[in-house]
Design a protein around this ligand. Structure first.
Ligand SMILES: [Zn+2]
Length: 296
């Protein structure tokens, strides 16, 4: 992972802007139902604005609609499977952005099942399954389809999630679709006991190091030795300036004001710890193996 990967993650955000992808997402989301839930939460006086309630409704729906995969079911008999390594993708899998295909063996009927790790979010709306990568990828598209300002958040310790900009709260809000979590940025450090080095948010309007939102205590942090700090800052700033070049001066002003507010927000985090719950998604042993069971 070098700075090239940062540029790649940034440029990848434009895939969620494609009209066909947005259209497919809008066909998938039960819009009327979610709008109704958001309206009713709003009128019942629950905290937040319409967009906040809409994202919470989307999270709730998505959590039961999209499936978590540890080992996939056997293609042939539906039985349990065990991992048997990985293979390069076939053309029909590579077509949907699969860079690797995990292979699973069924003990019962002794056949192999392929689990292509698709990167095409539209394809994921059809397969409706995966691990955090697939969840965050598909969820980014759905949030985009609702016309929200969305970040795809990359963590160096193998997790990804989202952030949405809340017009009501006037700040970026943590959103993790695997955990149905809204505005619980300390879920990783305090709930999972996860230690992190870098957390970077990418959107079509910029790239930002948001580690301080998620790592607020020294004992929840890992050494930051992947990038030179000055170079990282320069790269993220460069990406942001570049992305905002096509904006009107007025829009650019709005986004720089948001940046300033966000900087003040992140500066304000002192050492704090809230009570969080352990990770909900994934099999217990897999979660423990990743050091995310809140016990480390
Ligand atoms: Zn089988």
């Amino acid at each position: 992972m070098g700075v090239e990967e940062l540029f790649h993650l940034s440029s990848n955000q434009s895939i969620y802007e494609h009209e066909v992808a947005i259209g497919k997402a809008l066909d998938t989301i039960p819009l009327a139902e979610l709008y109704e839930q958001a309206e009713s939460a709003l009128s019942s006086g629950k905290e937040g604005g319409f967009e906040d309630h809409l994202v919470m409704a989307l999270l709730k729906w998505f959590k039961q609609w999209f499936k978590w995969v540890n080992s996939p079911e056997c293609d042939r008999c539906g039985g349990e499977t065990n991992p048997r390594g990985a293979e390069p993708p076939r053309p029909e899998e590579a077509k949907y952005g699969a860079r690797a295909v995990e292979i699973y063996h069924c003990e019962k009927c002794r056949t192999l099942t392929r689990f292509p790790r698709y990167n095409d979010p539209v394809r994921l709306l059809e397969t409706r399954c995966g691990r955090c990568g697939e969840w965050a990828n598909a969820f980014t598209l759905l949030l985009k389809a609702l016309d929200l300002d969305v970040r795809y958040v990359w963590n160096a310790e193998d997790h990804v999630w989202n952030e949405v900009y809340s017009p009501f709260h006037e700040r970026w809000i943590h959103v993790d679709s695997c955990e149905e979590a809204y505005d619980r940025p300390l879920i990783y450090a305090d709930g999972w006991g996860k230690k992190m080095s870098y957390v970077i948010g990418f959107s079509v309007t910029g790239a930002r190091d948001v580690t301080r939102r998620y790592v607020r205590r020294p004992d929840a942090s890992l050494p930051r030795n992947r990038f030179n700090e000055a170079e990282l800052e320069q790269v993220l700033q460069g990406i942001t300036i570049d992305l905002r070049q096509r904006m009107t001066a007025e829009m650019r002003e709005i986004y720089s004001e948001r940046d300033e507010v966000e900087e003040a927000e992140m500066m304000s985090y002192q050492e704090e710890q809230v009570v969080e719950v352990p990770r909900q998604s994934g099999a217990p042993d897999w979660v423990a193996q990743r050091g995310e069971d809140g016990r480390s």
